[in-house]
Each structure stands twice: as structure tokens, then as C-alpha cells.
Design a protein around this ligand. Sequence first.
Ligand code: IMP
Length: 754
Amino acid sequence: MAAPLTDQEKRKQISIRGIVGVENVAELKKGFNRHLHFTLVKDRNVATPRDYYFALAHTVRDHLVGRWIRTQQFYYETDPKRVYYLSLEFYMGRTLQNTMINLGLQNACDEAIYQLGLDMEDLEEMEEDAGLGNGGLGRLAACFLDSMATLGLAAYGYGIRYEYGIFNQKIKNGWQVEEADDWLRHGNPWEKARPEYMLPVHFYGRVEESKEGTQWVDTQVVLAMPYDTPIPGYMNNTVNTMRLWSARAPNDFNLMDFNVGDYIQAVLDRNLAENISRVLYPNDNFFEGKELRLKQEYFVVAATLQDIIRRFKNSKKGSTGPVSFDSFPEKVAIQLNDTHPAMAIPELMRVFVDIEKLDWDTAWAITKRTFAYTNHTVLPEALERWPVGLLETLLPRHLQIIYRINQGHLDEISALFPEDMDRIRRMSLIEEDGGKRVNMAHLCIVGSHAVNGVAEIHSNIIKTDVTGEVPEQDQCSALNIGKMVPFWMQPQEWRKDKWIKILCLPLQAAPGYHMAKMIIKLITAVGEVVNKDPVVGRKLKVIYLENYRVSLAEKVIPATDLSEQISTAGTEASGTGNMKFMLNGALTIGTMDGANVEMAEEAGEENMFIFGMRVEDVAAMDVEGYDAITYYEKIPELKQAIDQINSGFFSPKQPELFKDVTNMLFNHDRFKVFADFEDYIKSQEKVSQLYQNPREWTKMVIKNIAASGKFSSDRTITDYATEVWGVEPTDLKIPPPNEPREALDETARALREK
Ligand code: IMP
């Protein structure tokens, strides 16, 4: 039996989940009933589980509002350096439970819902995931918002309010089928529309030179309407803002004076403008190069920079004379989440030079000190390279600015390496082979004062692979920043003893990606055979996890014993699942790739199942050549598996079904998976042996959890804050709304003195 808790321990437990308190519970019940009546216009005879979810969500939200307003006022009063996280994705998942936890309301809400005769878990299941992301990059942005609020940073997330997030994946007959993610259908209780703060964004047009300088004219305007979502910190009364833009057609859209034409058609055409924020591109690690995507990227950037500059100027209201931008980098840090918001660099230059009339060199120095860039991948098919022709049409002034940035950049390289034409070609922002394109990673590196990857090994790789060697090599070297999430820990479950071995495989294929879809079909086909086998089926089940998403990960990750992180070394930038599994009590079988490397550093290689080639081995193999067939002939298990697939063992009605997959594996497998196969099998045997010994397994799990602290996103954000953004995390609490205003001034004074 567990020892009884001391009073101090009890208090601590209560403080994490929140105090129940009779008044708290009564207050919450009152709020719940009020919202059911006034907001949802329902009584308990007709209310659905969804109504109950909404009633609770609105009740919890009420507790955010005062803190949210106070936090924003506090930022105006203390005028700290603000941090802007620009991202085309924020993969937030569900909000209700996180909000209850961060406000310390979880226990009281549980009790209130219980007293109302309802089930909290049923209500939570009614919430749609906010699936505005593909995977790691988007979830990272969401975790970072959480940690920035928890660490008391004056931070903002800026992105797009996609009407449709990542598609819902259905598996039909073993094949992936996509369905539209109409996540806003029932309304979103966490967002507040702000039509009064709508801003114009320009597209197309032409560049005109006049006495007043350069001007971008005859443009088409789309309006960006902000929707604000509160981001509460953990138990510190800070509530930051995530501002997502939605595209709106101006009311005179296509209804010019000279247009005698068709009013109905003009109204219908408003959709064309509003399509900009319609749907998230479901491409993870892949550059598709569509014009609508470039519009999305510029749309978020143009609206956000207007907002940032407005806020910068507002904070200077007291000062006299024209606004000086000299202090801009001391008051504003902008982090670019991959190259997706890279147009922010030429856009800020355009605003400074064309509108604010700064000279080029001053504007460029300020711009560089403002931006920092995080690279998320080295896979060439993922790197954004926009055709010059497309930019010339859509954003002609920005193309000019990019050319001028490139000129300065190439002048610097020529000065350092005279006549090294090959280097100039490699490092140019403009690629010439196969049609002129702008290399957006190069633009980000040149326009930023700090560049980092998402794991140490990845930061090292990008120094050569992505930069094409930028002269200031040291701008990369100092920043080896890992990443991660602290949330889903259930440490009481050291080991999840199962009677049967369950192999769970979550995977999502971009809708146009043939090979990924074939692999999903192959997994489900293998499952059909394995699960029905009278002998094997009793020991092993292959389960394809349909529609993997944040809310499903929250359930699956804590239930997992073995996490497989098996990318070929040098190809996975970081991974995110790897660290979450570690923190939640799974052991890892993996290659020395991405964050696995740092996990092994923290936990000790002996506490992981590390196998396969290292980055150097892969590089050597690239020189020597990789011949898949030799592995096939040498390794009996591999030969058997491939022969079974090829002979139609898993697809008896269509024996040829998986030919494309095996063909790829033999003839053009960039990931060289056969080369790691034998070592993987050996390593799996070690896993099986250890699993026979629950005591030793559990010991290793505990060592892993104990070593996982580095992978908290709070740690990561602390590093970004001090090394990149030049801001200080604080544990000062903003006084809650029920304390008098003077308390707020007192905290502001304390912060200034600090
Ligand atoms: P924003 O940061 O300018 O977008 O404003 C966000 C919120 O900050 C506003 O809704 C106000 O609650 C608060 N705020 C705006 N301006 C001021 C000010 O001058 N003093 C104090 N609070 C302000």
C-alpha cells in the first residue's frame, strides 16, 4: 500500500489540479447553467452532449477573459520586448482540458460536472481538434505558445485561420480516403473575431518610380480579419494571444464604378479572394509550389507586420516627433517557423524603405537584427524555391527587393572569395538551373541574425547542406536548439503490460502522394493476414491507427511500451514523437538521427535500443553506392518479407498490387532501408529479451523518464529567449482580476526594477 500523503504533499497535489472549494463548484455550476440557457438557448430536456461541452467551454473561457485583458494591459504598461512567432501552422488540438489545468480549475470542474450528473470525458470528447497543422512543425508552434505564456514572455502567435484544417483520414478497404475537416461547423468557443481590426493585404499590380520614391500600385486588395485565441500560461495568470487571419473580400470587390456588369457575379466572385484562408495544404516535408500557397504565405506576413508595427508605434505614444525605428530590434523579435513566412523579410524592407522612408542600409540592419529563422528539414523536396515568374506577377515589388538583397549578399561573398564563381552560384538567393527560382532558405539565412535546426545533429547538418555555406558561419554554430513538449506524462504507468503485442502504426499520406498511400495499403493488408492467422494472430495484432491527430496522440503515447524511431540517419530533422514517448514511459528503438541522438546522450546509449548506420556511414555509402539487392540476397528475413509481398501473399486477389513499393525499395530507395534491416532485427531481439524481465524493463523506463527533462518545451523556450530573442523568462505572476488594479501596477514596478 502506498504511504499516506503528508499535508504538504496533499497541498501540492491540490495545487496542480486546483482547489475544489464549495464556492468554486457552485460558481462553475451557475456559469454552466447560465451558458446552457443564454448562450446555447437549450434546456436539459433537449441539450445534446455537444451543448454541454459548449456550456462548459464558455464557463471556463469566462475565467480567462479578465486575465487576458489584464495581461495585455500589463504589456502596454511595462513595454517589454515582444516576441512574434510566425507560422503557417498551429496544431493546437483540443483546448478545454489544457485551459482547466492551466487555470487550476480541473478539480472544481470535474466536481461541478459530476454534480450536474454529466461525464467530463464525454464532454471533452465532443471538442473538435484544431487541426491547423500537419505534424511536428505545427505541434511545435503550439507547444511553444504554451511555454512562452508559462514563462511570462510577451509573446504572440501569428498564423492563418484555415476554415478547413488537416483532412480527416478514413480507411476504406485498407486505402486512405480524405474527408474535409469542417472543424468550425459548430462554432469555436475559444476564438474572438475582431472585424474592427481588419487590415488590407495587396497582391499583383506593378512598381512605379516617382519623386516620392518607389511605389507598388494598381494592386488587388484582400482584407485580413483577425481572430484571437487566448493562450494561458500554467498557473501564472498570464494569457497571451494567438492571432489568426481570415481572408475577406473588400465590399467593393469587383464592383468598380466602370463595371456596368454583373452584380450577382461580383458577389459570387468574393469567394476567389476568400479562398486564401480556406484550407491548410496537407504537405508535410514537401514543397508543392502552388500560387494559392504563396498567397497564403504573403497574406499572413503582410497582415502580421502591419499589426506589429502598429503595436510598436502605439507603445511609443508618449514620445514626440516622428517615430524612430532605431529601437525596433530592441522591442521586436520575429521568429520564422521554417521558410513559410520568409516573405516577411522583403515585406519589412518594403515597409521601411517605401512607406517609412528609411534608407536601404539602415532598414537592412534593423531587419537582420529583428528576424531569426528555424529550419525544419534538409530533404530537398521540402525546401521552398518559388519561381521568379510567379513572384514577378504576384509580388513584383518584393521580387525587386529580393534581387537587391541578393546583390548585397553576393558582393559580400565576392569580397571574401574573389572569383570563386562556383561558391557565388551555390550561395545565391536566386537559383538559375531549370528555371529561375528564389531559394527561400537562403533568403532567411541572409535576412536573420540567428539560424537554428530543431535538434543538435540537425543544426550541424544545415550548416553545410542548406546554407550552401553562408559567409557568417558562426551565426549557425552557437544555436543548437532542441525542442519539445512537457504535457502528457502519466508516470504511475511505468509499464503497460499487455497480454498481446500490439503494433500500432499511425501514418498520414499527403493526398497526392502515391507511394505513401501504397504503404498505408500495405500495412493494412499485412494486418489482415497477421490478425486472422490462427497462431500469430493470438500473439500479435497489427492495428492501423486511423486519423492520427493531437487528441489521439494524447491517448496513444502514454499507453505505449516501445517507440520506434527508425529514420535513416541524417533524414529526420528532430522528430517529436520520440521525446514524447520517452517522457511518457516508453523505451525507444531507434537510429542515431534527430533528437534520438540527444535522448541517448541524456539517458545513456545503454538505456535505448540504438541500431543502424550513423550519419558518417550513410555519407560513405553515398560515395560507394547502395545496392539494395545484396541485402536482399544476404538477409533471409528480408528476402522472405519481400518475396511474400511480391508473391501476393498479402494481396491474393491482386498479386501485383505492391509492385511499385518493392520496385522502389530495390531501385530508387533514397532512404536505403535495407541497409539498416539486419541491425534492426537484432535490436528487436534485444527488446524482446528485456521485455521478458519486467523489473529490468521498468528500471530502464524510469531512467529514461528521469533523463527526459531536457526535452521540455519550457527548456527550449528558455534557450530561445536568452540566446535568440534577448528576453528574460520571469516567474512574476500578473495579479488575477479579483485583486485591485494597484496590484498590477505593483507587479509592473517590480518587473521594471528587475
Ligand atoms: P494590442 O496589443 O495593441 O493588439 O492590444 C491588445 C489589448 O491590449 C487591447 O485590447 C487592450 O486591452 C490592451 N491595450 C491596448 N492599448 C493599450 C494601452 O495603451 N494601455 C493599456 N492597455 C492597452
